[in-house]
Design a protein around this ligand. Structure first.
Ligand code: ATP
Ligand code: MG
Length: 259
């Protein structure tokens, strides 16, 4: 596989994080990657940093041939000319760096590889989206360090919101004050009994987007195609598209000024 070097400023690295497992991070990351690609207008790479339990390959119905583990020997020499060693092309319109699959490989991934990889990828792709694990690891921190923006996903229920507030407190202690932070609510439904204003009060943070609860999201996962590709008109897709337009795909990062 050959990956063309981009012309212009580096692409935008977006790291997706949640305080609790099962919030919908991988679903969001895959749909974000699909929408950011905009049918080939922009180049996108999705990096699965859930090293031990990565789900990106499952969600895209891919049998991994290359994974991040193939990059371990390249940690000291990773370059734009050999980064293809860890890349997988998908039919969803973006490339991926899949999580290791063999037992014990996740533990061998050096933290130093993450920063180097994300920097190299940002020169090759318009957008790099990073999916993370349920718990904050040193690899997650490396991805947060190298991101241009953080997307923080939470369910709209009090335990999840309380965990998210603690995560925000943790992030406040790190030198991320210049990195834009977007809080996204997933699985929203008007019947849950919490208004957005209640949620923002608990979080002490503005909500950037509300993604609806929809069974079609899981149905799409089960056939291995992002819902955004399957149902461009679905309310989940529409909500994500509005979020991207408002917060993620800043025009100056677009290769095509008309896009
Ligand atoms: N908006 C939604 N509506 C309905 N189901 C959803 C929605 N978002 C995600 N799901 C479902 O929730 C489940 C968990 O999603 P996902 O695997 O993306 O979570 P995760 O945060 O990546 O989990 P983990 O912490 O284990 O990595 C999946 O079955 C997915 O289809
Ligand atoms: Mg996941």
């Amino acid at each position: 596989m050959s990956v063309a070097r981009r012309i212009g400023p580096p692409g935008r690295v977006t790291t997706v994080l949640a305080a609790k497992s099962g919030c919908g991070k991988t679903t969001l990351a895959t749909n974000l990657a699909a929408l950011l690609g905009a049918g080939g207008v922009r180049s996108v790479c999705l990096v699965d940093l859930d090293l031990a339990f990565g789900d990106v390959a499952n969600m895209l119905d891919i049998e991994p041939q290359r994974t991040l583990a193939d990059g371990i020997p390249l940690t000291g020499s990773l370059h734009q000319s050999n980064v293809h060693t860890v890349l997988t092309t998908t039919s969803a319109g973006f490339d991926c760096v899949l999580a290791p699959t063999e037992p014990g490989e996740a533990e061998q991934v050096p933290v130093a590889l993450i920063g180097k990889l994300l920097t190299k990828l940002s020169w090759l792709y318009d957008h790099v989206v990073v999916d993370t694990s349920a718990h904050v690891t040193v690899h997650t921190l490396a991805a947060l360090d190298h991101a241009h923006q953080h997307v923080l996903l939470t369910a709209p229920d009090r335990p999840a919101l309380s965990s998210m507030r603690r995560t925000l407190d943790m992030l406040d202690m790190l030198p991320y004050d210049r990195i834009p932070r977007h809080v996204v609510l997933n699985r929203c439904d008007s019947r849950i009994g919490l208004e957005t204003s209640d949620i923002e009060e608990v979080l002490k943070h503005q909500v950037a987007a509300e993604l609806p609860f929809a069974w079609e999201v899981t149905a799409a996962v089960n056939i291995g195609v992002p819902l955004a590709a399957l149902r461009p008109d679905h309310q989940y897709t529409e909500a994500l598209r509005r979020f991207i337009a408002a917060h993620i795909a800043a025009p100056r990062f677009s290769r095509d000024p008309q896009a």
